[in-house]
Design a protein around this ligand. Structure first.
Ligand SMILES: Nc1ncnc2c1ncn2[C@@H]1O[C@H](COP(=O)(O)OP(=O)(O)OP(=O)(O)O)[C@@H](O)[C@H]1O
Length: 235
């Protein structure tokens, strides 16, 4: 599928006097997996929050699937994997997944399938307070994908994952892409990101740049070129 999946035009955003975006643009017209990469504090989470309508866009415009990105449109077409502070410590994974299924009128039978795919079946009825970081990350992934949205935003989904969990995420995101979903994934794990996509957005100078890497190029290399001048560091 191609068309207007995500369009960000002339986006400017500041927190009080701190400028984050200045007339930034981003366009995704082809289904796929896209990385979102930048040093700490550059504005990756801010961008995802703006697309998810958790922050209001006052300057510029965001459209998804050719329509103005309102909370209703986002709810219908998209999902957002945020950090694990959004989880309720005294609820179980099943209760979280049940809630999302109810809100989206998704058959609750899908919960077992998603739990199985993500290797969560044996702890799905335990409360979140007893979960490790990786267990929480798997649940967050489950919550983001159970409705099979066409656009999935993921903020640091690879954080704290062991090699088995990373392999699960890799399999799940590539399958979703093959089934027609588009994923925008922020991460500092450039090595892992490199395995799942060659299309990476970088935030630099308050703008968003897309790099379409060829087989010889890596995300790490572009990162070094854009942000690191190792000669500046005295060890
Ligand atoms: N609610 C807020 N109020 C004021 N400043 C904020 C707020 N949220 C974020 N910031 C600032 O905006 C900048 C961008 O933050 P953001 O969390 O979007 O960056 P990030 O690229 O996701 O960073 P990281 O890689 O560390 O997660 C940072 O300097 C941060 O301190």
């Amino acid at each position: 599928m191609s068309g207007d999946i995500l369009q960000i035009n002339h986006l400017s955003f500041s927190y009080r006097s701190k400028l984050i975006y200045d007339e930034a643009n981003l366009e995704i017209t082809k289904v796929g997996i896209y990385g979102l990469v930048a040093p700490n504090g550059s504005g990756k989470t801010t961008l995802l929050n703006l697309v998810a309508n958790l922050l209001a866009v006052k300057n510029g415009r965001i459209d998804i699937f050719g329509q103005k990105d309102t909370p209703d449109i986002f709810f219908n077409y998209a999902s957002f994997l945020q950090d694990n502070r959004v989880l309720y410590p005294y609820l179980t994974a099943r209760e979280h997944l049940n809630f999302v299924c109810e809100q989206h009128h998704v058959d609750q039978k899908k919960i077992e399938t998603v739990a199985h795919v993500l290797g969560m079946s044996n702890y799905i009825d335990q409360k979140i307070i007893s979960y490790s970081l990786g267990m929480k990350q798997r649940l967050l992934l489950g919550l983001a994908i159970i409705t099979k949205p066409q656009l999935i935003l993921m903020d640091e989904p690879l954080n704290g994952l062991d090699p088995t969990s990373l392999a699960i995420v890799r399999k799940v995101v590539t399958e979703l892409r093959d089934q027609g979903s588009t994923l925008l994934i922020s991460s500092h794990n450039l090595d892992e990101l490199n395995k799942i996509t060659k299309n990476v957005f970088f935030v630099k100078g308050h703008k968003i740049l897309l790099k379409e890497l060829n087989n010889q190029e890596s995300t790490e290399k572009v990162y070094e070129e854009l942000y690191m001048n190792l000669e500046d560091f005295d060890v």
